[in-house]
Design a protein around this ligand. Sequence first.
Ligand code: GLN
Length: 285
Amino acid sequence: MVRDIFEHAVKALEQSGNDNSRFDAAQLFEKAFGVQYELADKSAPADEKAAGLFNGYIEKRQSGYPLQYILGEWEFYGLPVKVGEGVLIPRQDTETLVETVIRKSRTQRPVIIDLCSGSGCIALALERELSPSAVYAVELSEQAAEYLKQNIELNTSKVSLTVGDCLDKTVIDSLPKADIIVCNPPYLTGDDMRSLQTEVTHEPQSALYGGEDGLDFYRDITRAYKTRLKHNGMLAFEVGHTQAEEVMEILIQAGLEDVRAYKDYCGIRRAVVGFYTEGQNVRVY
Ligand code: GLN
């Protein structure tokens, strides 16, 4: 019976230490059976092939493999985003960055650059919300860029993708000056990397590790990109839960103005934003 298989799966997930077991089981049920569990005939015998698939997904999930990778698609800011091994799973934290950029944007039809773009979720969300005149996404990993390409197509987006190192001079020079430069860089510290949750160990290290103190990318990207901003242009970063102060300091030291941190729904300072004013004495440090 469908109900027995489902309840058995919920228990199995619970026993593996999953505190979202009913949600996860429902998501995996829908993927295997092609129908929402809530709407399924629970007293009918389960289709054998679908049940086999379902049990396979549950087993994978029990081992700590990310739910999102099994599903192959996740939602970010109301948009469908393809994900799988080799690309960082879009986090809800990052919606704070997107919301902050939307709120603070000072320009009509801005030119936007999204660095360390990963799945492209930030670029796609900003494109939908801000009616930009152009959006550029830069991603180093070929594997992640494959997902990004799929997500551009899936969302019938006009985002232009550059596959390359955003700190490489040829990449920097190929980009136009922007009204908004946004980035969720790798920012975990050496200590963080040594105590990752099982799920996160399946995600690409290169999308997580920000150097021993977690701040390498903030320093390098701020230095390389502050003069790629137009007058009044915004540089916006997502930051780790203890990094707001230090990242604000990096932006202030670089001569950016109106540098502020913005909180997520848990009250954690998640986004750091600063503005570039042409003619200001932008310091090189
Ligand atoms: N927010 C991610 C995590 O906690 C880190 C992502 C990143 O480094 N940008 O695992």
